[in-house]
Write a protein that binds this ligand. Structure first.
Ligand code: NYM
Length: 212
C-alpha cells in the first residue's frame, strides 16, 4: 500500500574533474531536497575526518608520500569504513548526495598507470550508486576557473588523463551534464534527474553492489 516506512533513500553520486562544480552543486541539491521535505545528507569522499582520511589528506597536501597502490587502497578503505553507515541511512529512508566515490578512485589511479581491473577490485561490494551525475568539463576550461588549490593531481596535464579514464567508466547509472552551462541551468537539470531517482528508490528499486 505504498507504505512510506519501507521506502529507502537514494544513493546519488557527483563525479567530475577538479573544479567541475561538484561541491557547489552538491550543496544546492541538499538544499533543494531538504526544501521538499526529504530526509537527505551530504557526504564526500575522501572523508578526511577518519584516521584513514587523515592519511589521505596528508598525502594530497604533499605532507607525506605513498606508493600509488597504497594510496589507492586507502581511498578504497575510506569508502569501506563508511559502507555500513551508508546502508543503514539508505534503508532508513535517507537520501545521500555524495561528492566523489569509487569512480574517482578508479579514474585518478588509472590515470597514473595502474590497471583498470586492479583499481576496481577493492571497490567490489561497496554500494552501487542509483545515479551518477557526471559534471562534464574540458580540462582546459576547469583549469581556467580560478586556478587549482595546489593539492596533488591539480595539474592540467594530469587532469587530461583523468578525463580520459572517466570515459571508460560510464554505465547505465550515469547522466552526463554539461558543466559549462550557467550554474542555475545545471542546478535545474540535476534537480530533475535526482527527483526522478529518489522516486524510483521510494517505489522499491533494489539496492545493488559495485561493480555492476
Ligand atoms: N581522489 C578522490 C582520488 O584520487 N581517489 C578517490 O578515491 C577519491 C574519492 O582526491 N583531486 C582525488 C580526487 C581529488 C582529491 O578530492 C581530493 P576533493 O574532492 O578535492 O576533496
Amino acid at each position: 500500500s505504498g507504505c512510506n516506512s519501507e521506502s529507502r533513500g537514494a544513493l546519488v553520486v557527483l563525479e567530475g574533474l577538479d573544479r567541475s562544480g561538484k561541491t557547489s552543486q552538491s550543496s544546492r541539491l541538499l538544499t533543494y531536497l531538504e526544501g521538499l521535505g526529504h530526509s537527505v545528507e551530504l557526504w564526500r569522499f575522501p572523508d578526511r575526518s577518519t584516521n584513514v582520511g587523515q592519511m589521505i589528506s596528508s598525502y594530497l597536501s604533499n605532507k607525506s608520500q605513498l606508493d600509488d597502490h597504497t594510496i589507492h587502497l586507502l581511498f578504497s578503505a575510506n569508502r569501506w569504513e563508511k559502507r555500513s553507515l551508508m546502508e543503514t541511512k539508505l534503508k532508513a529512508g535517507t537520501t545521500l548526495i555524495v561528492d566523489r566515490y569509487s569512480y574517482s578512485g578508479v579514474a585518478f589511479s588509472s590515470a597514473k598507470g595502474l590497471g583498470d581491473e586492479w583499481c576496481k577490485a577493492p571497490e567490489i561490494g561497496l554500494l552501487a550508486p542509483d545515479l551518477v551525475l557526471y559534471l562534464d568539463i574540458q580540462p582546459e576550461k576547469a583549469a581556467e576557473r580560478g586556478g587549482y588549490g595546489g593539492e596533488k593531481y591539480e595539474q592540467l596535464e594530469f587532469q587530461r588523463k583523468v578525463a580520459q579514464c572517466y570515459q571508460v567508466l560510464h554505465d547505465a547509472s550515469w547522466k552526463i551534464v554539461d558543466a559549462c552551462q550557467p550554474i542555475e541551468d545545471i542546478e535545474k537539470q540535476l534537480q530533475e534527474l535526482v527527483l526522478e531517482c529518489v522516486m524510483a528508490c521510494q517505489k522499491g528499486k533494489p539496492l545493488a553492489n559495485l561493480w555492476s
